[in-house]
Write a protein that binds this ligand. Structure first.
Ligand SMILES: Nc1ncnc2c1ncn2[C@@H]1O[C@H](COP(=O)(O)OP(=O)(O)O)[C@@H](O)[C@H]1O
Ligand SMILES: [Mg+2]
Length: 346
């Protein structure tokens, strides 16, 4: 089995992070990036990520996720703020940080003409090991991410999911304590996404690797992250465990479909509803945060009906992370994946 083979790796590297018992894997304070174009991509964020955690960084395209990853991985100099990664300062100890982390970036370019095995062996050699050690390491990693059968094929023949697994393997060449994954499943089909999730979970649970994972997929953050921060327009707007964040919206969510032309009128009527905690308008719907969904549905329909506003549908649900996002920012995250980077049209 894969994991027996893996035990042959020098996994002490994975665990050899204990410079201090309660050391934070990642800490940031007031981290900010303003590009010369004047775009404030990250507007001063604080982070505290414990060793062994899977930390989710959830936000729509253009929110500042990649910029944050690039600053923490010492690829981009912040405009202001401070941060430590694996206990090392990002300004003064870049070399030590790079040795302690693995990074799979969103725009990672794999050499399509090389085979998976060649690419991994080459990566390993960059860390100064002998050719035979590099070949052994490549073989272990191919096993780890389930690419043994495809190991000697050119990367250009790999599916999207296989390329991501190879990305993951190449970030693990030097057995890093902290792994940065920038949108690891973006654009993948649901089955490939599940495979990547399983691999990330295994790395975390069996080797104690701390994972900093960015995503704009709600389900990914919900399923994988022990804790998460929601980022929007460069700011962290909510933070906590997935269940804690959902529980912070106590009660029910009632979604009322109305035509865009009548929406504002319907909104002003429903804001009078007894027991309403908050109301958010979107294109063709209104979202009501209430204590008791079933208790208000009849009132919603009656009030809109007597004002002559046709109601498309009324749905009651439990709060999801999408509603956490909606409550915090006024717009929904779901569906944001269709937009272009930087062009956030929610
Ligand atoms: N090199 C750059 N120069 C100028 N603006 C940039 C640069 N990189 C990113 N941005 C802008 O910064 C914002 C955040 O981008 P990014 O961190 O890539 O967001 P995300 O990864 O969450 O999609 C966007 O408005 C983006 O257009
Ligand atoms: Mg990005």
């Amino acid at each position: 089995m894969i994991w027996q083979n893996v035990s042959a790796l020098n996994i002490s590297y994975f665990r050899d992070v204990g410079r201090s018992q309660n050391m934070k894997a990642i800490e940031a304070e007031g981290l900010r990036k303003e590009f010369s174009s004047g775009v404030v991509a990250v507007a001063g964020i604080d982070l505290e990520i414990r060793e062994g955690e899977i930390f989710g960084f959830l936000g729509p395209n253009g929110a500042g996720k990649t910029t944050t990853v690039r600053m923490l991985t010492t690829l981009l100099r912040p405009t202001a703020g401070r941060a430590t990664v694996a206990g090392y300062d990002i300004y003064s100890h870049q070399h030590e940080i790079r040795r302690s982390i693995g990074v799979a970036l969103q725009e990672a370019g794999l050499d399509a003409m090389a085979t998976g095995r060649e690419l991994l062996a080459m990566q390993a050699k960059l860390f100064g090991v002998s050719t035979s050690q590099a070949n052994n390491r490549a073989a272990e990693l191919l096993e780890l991410v389930g690419l043994v059968d495809a190991a000697d094929r050119h990367v250009k023949t790999y599916s999207g999911g296989m390329k991501r697994r190879l990305d993951l393997a190449s970030a693990l060449v030097h057995s890093p304590a902290i792994l940065f994954l920038d949108e690891p499943t973006e654009g993948l089909d649901p089955a490939s996404r599940q495979t990547i999730w399983q691999e990330i979970s295994k790395l975390n649970s069996q080797f104690g690797v701390t994972v900093f994972l960015t995503t704009h997929y709600l389900e990914e953050a919900d399923r994988l992250a022990n804790r998460l921060a929601i980022i929007d327009r460069g700011r962290i707007v909510a933070e906590g465990t997935p269940s804690g964040l959902k529980a912070s919206i106590s009660g029910d969510v009632v979604t009322v479909a109305v035509s865009p032309e009548r929406r504002d009128h319907a909104g002003s009527i429903l804001s009078q509803l007894e027991g309403i905690k908050e109301l958010r308008s979107e294109e063709a719907s209104l979202t009501l945060f209430v204590n008791d969904g079933t208790g208000v549905v009849a009132d919603v329909i009656r009030m809109l009906d007597s004002a002559g506003v046709p109601v498309g549908s009324v749905a009651i649900s439990q709060p999801t992370l999408d509603e956490v996002f909606l409550r915090a920012t006024g717009s929904r995250l779901e569906g944001a994946e269709a937009t272009q980077d930087g062009g956030k049209t929610l």
